[in-house]
Design a protein around this ligand. Structure first.
Ligand SMILES: CC(C)(COP(=O)(O)OP(=O)(O)OC[C@H]1O[C@@H](n2cnc3c(N)ncnc32)[C@H](O)[C@@H]1OP(=O)(O)O)[C@@H](O)C(=O)NCCC(=O)NCCS
Length: 177
């Protein structure tokens, strides 16, 4: 993995993902329909080995995978956040999963998200950070808005979510120039 720094926020540590984070707890998040409802992972079955392979895909190249560790309530590893970096264009696409449902709705997803954006658009030397989600994922859309990302595109009916055709919303934030 490209050298990703540990990022500290008031309630979280974002630690470079390592073997200690490869646990059945993590696999369990990917098997929980509530957690993967708006993710393409909903079509897949995950195991420790598939998680190991995903983590290993960050071993070479400029992209980053962080484990999100909650420090105040003793929740420990609650999710992951990753940035897929296009070094030539100085862009990064970010995705987050808070897998521990007891951690939802406390602003922790936003706290992790904003820390990663600030890092990428600051010391990480990216010009532009992008992300995308389903138009029905209200939590993610709220995080986009709160973190200063704005819509730059919409792919009509990109996803099949149960019996519905759902748009993909694409957002971005630029480094301040
Ligand atoms: C989406 C997700 C990251 C939100 O994380 P979270 O820590 O619960 O969100 P936060 O507590 O930081 O909330 C941020 C904002 O979103 C809003 N929000 C969060 N979940 C919401 C929901 N289900 N419906 C409506 N608003 C929601 C909050 O009210 C808050 O807005 P506010 O500050 O204006 O009140 C988390 O639920 C998650 O990881 N889900 C599963 C994986 C996933 O969907 N990832 C994204 C795939 S693209």
């Amino acid at each position: 993995m490209a050298e990703a720094p540990t990022l500290e926020t008031p309630r979280l540590t974002l630690a470079p993902f390592s073997d200690e984070h490869l646990t059945e707890r993590y696999v369990g998040w990917l098997q929980d329909p509530d957690v993967v409802r708006y993710s393409e992972q909903r079509h897949r079955t995950h195991t420790l080995e598939s998680c190991r392979q995903f983590a290993a895909s960050f071993a070479d190249g400029p992209s980053h995978l962080w484990a999100i560790i909650e420090n105040k309530q003793g929740l420990g590893h609650i999710g992951n956040i990753n940035s897929d970096v296009d070094a030539a264009n100085r862009t990064a696409d970010v995705a987050v999963m808070i897998g521990e449902k007891q951690a939802w709705g406390q602003g922790l997803g936003f706290e992790a998200w904003n820390a990663v954006l600030d890092y990428l658009l600051g010391p990480g030397a990216m010009r532009k950070v992008t992300a995308g989600t389903m138009a029905e994922n209200k939590g993610m859309l709220a995080i986009f808005e709160k973190s200063g990302m704005t819509e730059e595109g919409r792919r009509k009916k990109q996803f099949q979510l149960l019996d519905r055709e759902v748009d993909a919303i694409l957002v971005a934030r630029f480094a301040e120039t």
